[in-house]
Write a protein of this length. Sequence first.
Length: 274
Amino acid sequence: MIRDITIGQYYPAESPIHRLDARVKIVVTFLFIISLFVVNTFIGYVCVTAILGAVIKVSKVPLKFMLKGLKSIVIIILFTAVINLFLTQGEQVIWEFGFLHLTWEGIYMAVKMCVRLVLLIVGSSVLTLTTTPIQLTDGIEYLLRPLKRIGVPAHEIAMMMTIALRFIPTLLDETDKIIKAQQARGADFDTGNLMQKAKSMIPILVPLFISAFRRAEELAMAMEARCYHGDEHRTRMNVMHMESRDYRAVVMTAVYLVFVVALRIAGNYLPFMI
């Protein structure tokens, strides 16, 4: 399960998506997430899924590798499905017990929310899997640069976000090593009730926290040894600049958004679109 988490990992490949400007990919990902809340029909979700599948195909990131990250959020998806399944009010009641109601509207809402959540995770993974941490830092900082006029520390925020994102796979590898080391000493993490399983996590969490603080201290010392002082008088070796492929991506994103809005409007007037 630990190795199935792909958040924060970078998949090196030679593809048009990898070569796009990081600022464009960040904005496109943000607009894609917004579009998921604009779409409200199954036909719309099928179209969005097809478009996302085409993007994944172009990115040359294996679909199996991208879907592997969904294993870590199966519990969240199931919890979301159960909440919407039994707590959504509707007219066509199928089953009822106390305050729990199973309706056709609840089934429709549960499926729609699960599909939306899966598309959100997979779509966001395209950004991190095709963009290096350095590119993400520069892109986020550039997009937050206008806020510096009102005192927002854009560089520091971008640096913190990138360090946190970069530390995710590092801590996951560390957790996997600790679990294997404890299992080699006879630790059992699979049997017992909920309280026993919670107590068995202590031999994992304690060394993990110690390792995380040690790595944070080493990183701070390394940055200080290199005379890092935030954004003060800082220059960049690689200056970001837009190219023709980035402008084409912006135009395609605009067409996609118009298409999504058209699907939303059509769904309000055409019942067969569900």
